[in-house]
Ligand binder design. Structure first.
Ligand code: GLC
Length: 540
């Protein structure tokens, strides 16, 4: 058993259920949240400054993107030291203050653990580079060149180019799923597992409430090092990527790695929320089997348009195999924001809110990215100002991630109150005062107020939250219908992806929440406006 941390944690209201059962998550991309030093980059003190905003929103946990020491080539996902907080992010002092402030508000804190690779500046890799006999050599993945002297196989890096870089001193290649400056750790080496377990314990002892696990489906590579096949034109983007990266992603032995992590996390009542970027919900579900991760993101959901059939094709199988343990992303720092995916501007914002009302009623864990509560779409970032290595290092790629990472607009002052300096990423020329927290706080019908009201109402829907059983509405199967709906416990939830329409309810109901003003219940009829989700409680 572990030693209990010495500071207080939020009280658990219901001891029969883990705290995360119905929790709503709020992702803070710290670099873009609030800068307190004037260097143009957000920091942990900046998160502390806005705890009140987070608390008013009604979310249950905050997930911080990486704030460890890092050269920053992948903006924190190149970790040089797992054991502390970067000085320029505020150091351990800011961490402790934030942890306590969140806990005082009953909000849990998740950090981001990046177990698959380190920075090339990490002491382990510096040591590994000293030669084949180095103590940490086997912490990384080394292979001899192919007979022609080139890389050991045809594997590509996700960020472009080969997944192998030659270490000229030793004549061997090291593997990297991402940048050459992010060498992959060798998870077949038990010493790597032990080292990372110590990292987990250290942070749990410091009172965090869980980890978001970066690239949880990565970790292991094909032990035969076989070339991968090329995708075929009939494949979806996600299927093609699954195949292209199958040499080092989603290996069937990977989920078992999390058995020891789970035992450690459960000692601390902590949540392990995996980023399991695979297209098949069945494969994602192998990571949340008993004794493995508590939750797994279902990320292909971030690749749908505003289209009933596309969303249904994600959500229905996801709910079926997820058993209440899938996490449903609204947006993230890796994909376009929901507002942009669904059309941008006011239309995108309205649809995004409707989408959030839907996913927050599914069994599992809804997670929004800071700024989603304002209905933001992507900030416009000209290519010349790009910061994401996906854009900067690949002239031919247009899937850079800067647009969802532009600074949070707080108020109608220069730089929207994000920084007194020069923001590290443009604010987005499409942003205006109406996008800010300050202005939206004054307007009762703003996305911000609607989100607050919705989360407050959701938390009272005990009859819905108590069950993970879902039945889908008959209209879901009608090819011409624009409706996607479900019944969970005593609540019927219907999202209308098309023009205003009428829905027949299973009986007389009571409208308890809606994402727009265009929803009305009259007995057993629901009048549902365009691009709107309504929640109707069915008595008895
Ligand atoms: C994850 C992160 C992404 C990062 C990558 C490499 O997918 O979400 O931002 O670039 O891992 O660590």
């Amino acid at each position: 058993m572990s030693t209990a941390p010495s500071h207080s944690r939020p009280a658990r209201p219901d001891h029969a259920q883990p705290w995360y059962r119905n929790a709503v998550g709020y992702q803070v991309y710290v670099r873009s949240f609030a800068d307190t030093t004037g260097n143009g980059i957000g920091d942990v003190w900046g998160v502390l400054d806005h705890v009140e905003h987070i608390a008013t929103l009604g979310v249950d946990f905050v997930w911080l993107n990486p704030v460890y020491p890092s050269p920053g080539l992948d903006h924190g996902y190149d970790v040089a030291d797992y054991t502390t907080i970067a000085d320029d992010m505020g150091g351990m002092e800011a961490f402790t203050a934030l942890r306590d402030a969140l806990h005082d508000h009953g909000i849990r804190l998740l950090m981001d653990i990046v177990p698959g690779h380190t920075s090339d500046q990490h002491a382990w890799f510096r040591d590994a580079l000293t030669g084949p006999d180095a103590h940490h050599r086997d912490f990384y993945v080394w292979r001899d060149p192919a007979p022609d002297g080139g890389p050991p196989n045809n594997w590509e890096s996700i960020f472009g180019g080969p997944a192998w870089t030659l270490d000229e001193a030793s004549g061997q290649y090291f593997m990297h799923r991402f940048l050459p400056e992010q060498p992959d750790l060798n998870w077949r080496n038990p010493a790597v597992r032990t080292a990372m377990e110590q990292v987990l314990r250290q942070w749990f002892e410091r009172g965090i409430d869980g980890f978001r696990v970066d690239v949880a489906q990565g970790m292991l590579a094909d032990p035969d090092w076989a070339d991968t096949a090329d995708p075929t034109p009939d494949m979806t983007r996600d299927e093609a990527n699954d195949l292209r990266f199958s040499g080092y992603m989603g290996r069937p032995e990977t989920p078992e790695l999390y058995r020891s992590w789970r035992a450690i996390a459960d000692d601390y009542d902590a949540l392990l929320l995996g980023e399991v970027y695979l297209s098949s919900p069945e494969l994602v579900a192998t990571y949340i089997e008993p004794g493995l991760l508590h939750r797994a993101f279902f990320l292909p959901l971030q690749h749908t348009d505003w289209d009933r059939d596309e969303v249904a094709a994600m959500i229905r199988p996801g709910v079926d195999v997820g058993h209440g343990q899938f996490a449903w992303p609204q947006s993230s720092h890796d994909d376009p924001r929901a507002g942009s995916r669904f059309g941008g501007g006011a239309v995108g914002a309205r649809r995004a809110l409707a989408f959030f009302h839907l996913i927050a009623c599914l069994p599992g864990t809804p997670v929004m990215l800071a700024g989603d509560e304002l209905g933001l779409d992507n900030g416009t970032v000209p290519r010349t100002d790009a910061e994401d290595p996906v854009t900067v290092r690949n002239a031919d790629r247009d899937d850079g991630r800067d647009g969802s990472r532009t600074p949070m607009p707080w108020n109608d002052t220069p730089n929207f109150g994000f920084t007194s300096g020069t923001p590290w990423l443009p604010l987005g020329s499409n942003r205006g005062p109406g996008d800010t927290v300050e202005v939206q706080s004054r307007e009762p019908d703003s996305p911000l107020h609607r989100m607050r009201r919705f989360l407050a109402t959701r938390s009272t829907l005990a009859g819905m939250l108590a069950t993970d059983e879902v039945t889908w509405l008959a209209t879901d199967d009608e090819p011409t219908s624009t409706l996607l709906g479900l019944r969970r416990g005593d609540v019927v939830v219907v999202c209308n992806f098309g023009a205003a329409t009428t829905v027949d309810l299973p009986g007389d109901g009571e409208l308890v929440a809606a994402s727009s003003d265009d929803a009305e219940v009259d007995g057993a009829r629901l009048e549902l406006g365009t691009d709107t989700t309504a929640l109707v409680r069915m008595p008895g």
